[in-house]
Design a protein around this ligand. Structure first.
Ligand SMILES: [Cu+2]
Length: 156
């Protein structure tokens, strides 16, 4: 009985504490894909990527888009691929988060996390007003040129 109690205590201590994890993502039975590839969470939720003693090393690397193969510089990154990983990230704003496993991206080992309403990251939002402004300036320029042209030709 004493031995059994000891064994239980040891295994309880070794168990990973996943209390803070709203979603836990591991490696699926193929060993070449994440077991959840399309997840929706609330802002403030924590996602935990956890696997242990996998046959191959994997990692989690943020990418800019659904089909990008290149890790976002300064993005969310679990580090070098490893057979045992416990990587956690708390998402603090609405976004659609895309990530890959770098060594297996050729095999399409990737995933998506929709945070809140999934509104695209701010850098994408900033490009839109800039582009609209250029369009606006071009339209005004064209309108002016037409007016000047008409005046020069005595059409108005
Ligand atoms: Cu992998």
């Amino acid at each position: 009985m004493a031995l059994l109690a000891n064994t239980n205590t040891v295994s309880a201590n070794q168990q990973t504490d996943t209390e803070e994890c709203n979603v836990t993502i591991g490696i699926d039975s193929s060993g070449m894909a994440f077991d959840k590839t399309d997840v929706s969470i609330d802002v403030g939720d924590t996602v935990c990527w956890i696997w242990e003693n996998e046959s191959m090393g994997h990692n989690v690397a943020e990418v800019d888009s659904e089909d990008s193969d290149e890790r976002t510089s300064g993005g969310v990154y679990s580090g070098e691929p490893a057979t045992t990983v416990d990587f956690r990230h708390t998402f603090t704003e609405d976004e659609t988060f895309h990530y890959i496993c770098e060594p297996h991206v050729a095999g399409d080992m990737r995933g998506k996390i929709t945070v809140g309403d999934g509104t695209p990251v701010q850098s994408e939002e900033r490009e839109t007003p800039g582009f609209n402004m250029v369009l606006g300036i071009v339209s005004i320029g064209c309108a002016l040129m037409v007016t000047v042209f008409k005046e020069l030709n005595g059409l108005e």
